[in-house]
Design a protein around this ligand. Structure first.
Ligand code: THU
Length: 133
């Protein structure tokens, strides 16, 4: 699957966001090694802390279904669902990626016009992971 196609699925996922507090709607599309795609959105909570990011929603759906090998994730987001710039993954989501993905796992970010590709190693250098335990 092309980066463009995965990004389109991330944009579609934004429409599923439950974000009554921040108004930021975020979408993610996670590509498994076998070609399966899992979409995720952010799901906020009145207590704030339990909020789940779009990326983790996608990962947790995929892992529940038995997937452990991942190739790439596309992420986009913006206030009221309008993409006005790149929406990079938070630190917690980067760490969740690290649990299941290697250094070359690809992260596609879009500003609605073009896209940038980062590796997980670029986004989370000198990381702590399962190999350290
Ligand atoms: N959010 C994500 O969905 N992914 C991230 O990586 C960063 C933040 C969500 C959480 C919250 O609902 C909103 O964006 C504002 O922080």
């Amino acid at each position: 699957m092309t980066p463009e196609a995965l990004i389109e699925l991330a944009k579609e996922a934004m429409g599923h966001a439950y974000a009554p507090y921040s108004g930021c709607k975020v979408g993610a599309a996670l590509l498994c090694a076998d070609g399966t795609v899992y979409q995720g959105c952010n799901i906020e909570n009145a207590a704030y802390g339990p909020t789940n990011c779009a990326e983790r929603t996608a990962f947790f759906k995929a892992v529940y279904d038995g997937h452990r090998d991942f190739t790439a994730i596309a992420i986009c987001g913006g206030k009221d669902g309008v993409i006005e710039g790149y929406f990079p993954p938070c630190g917690v989501c980067r760490q969740v990626m690290r649990e299941f993905c290697g250094d070359d796992f690809a992260v596609y970010l879009t500003d609605g016009q073009g896209y940038k590709i980062y590796t997980l190693a670029q986004l989370l250098p000198h990381s702590f992971g399962p190999d350290h335990i």
